[in-house]
Design a protein around this ligand. Structure first.
Ligand code: FAD
Length: 116
């Protein structure tokens, strides 16, 4: 692996980006206003045009066309995003993540207390 002060490859960029996206889900309101919902939807759509891995972005846009982003609540968005991440996991041959546990991974920490 190159030193960490070199430009990111697809993997480093991906890990940092998933951290940001799932963290946005974790801090999204449980009951978002109409304008918060429309901001998140705009963000997801713009992100899908600007993400600087073009094949990744193209597949992500296809996913958005197939599975419309759910922005009605924190848990709806978190589960939708988990599904989008699993779609990439499947494509890359990585294990699928259990989406019922997305909040433990990204918001509350695991029930076994290892993050406390
Ligand atoms: P990552 O997939 O980066 O995951 C980081 C952590 O998130 C994991 O360790 C796990 O704890 C957690 N996690 C895993 N799955 C989920 C889930 N479903 N829900 C919630 N949390 C989860 N790479 C390519 O080579 N080709 C592509 O086409 C491609 N498309 C991408 C599209 C997007 C929108 C993004 C953000 C990234 C894409 N990547 C792509 C990068 C790829 O997804 C990984 O980030 C990269 O391969 C590094 O993988 P990783 O094993 O470190 O874990």
């Amino acid at each position: 692996n190159p030193p960490s002060d070199c430009p990111p490859d697809v993997e480093v960029l991906g890990r940092g980006t998933w951290t940001l996206l799932h963290s946005i889900a974790a801090s999204y309101p449980e009951s978002p206003s109409t304008s918060q919902q429309s901001d998140l939807l705009s963000f997801v759509k713009l992100f899908s045009k600007l993400y600087p891995c073009w094949v990744c972005a193209e597949d992500f846009r296809t996913y958005i066309g197939r599975e419309v982003p759910r922005v009605e609540s924190r848990d709806d968005f978190g589960k939708w995003l988990c599904g989008a991440h699993n779609d990439v996991n499947r494509k890359l041959g990585k294990p699928e993540f259990d989406c019922s546990r997305w909040q433990e991974r990204w918001r509350t920490g695991w029930k076994d207390g290892r993050c406390d």
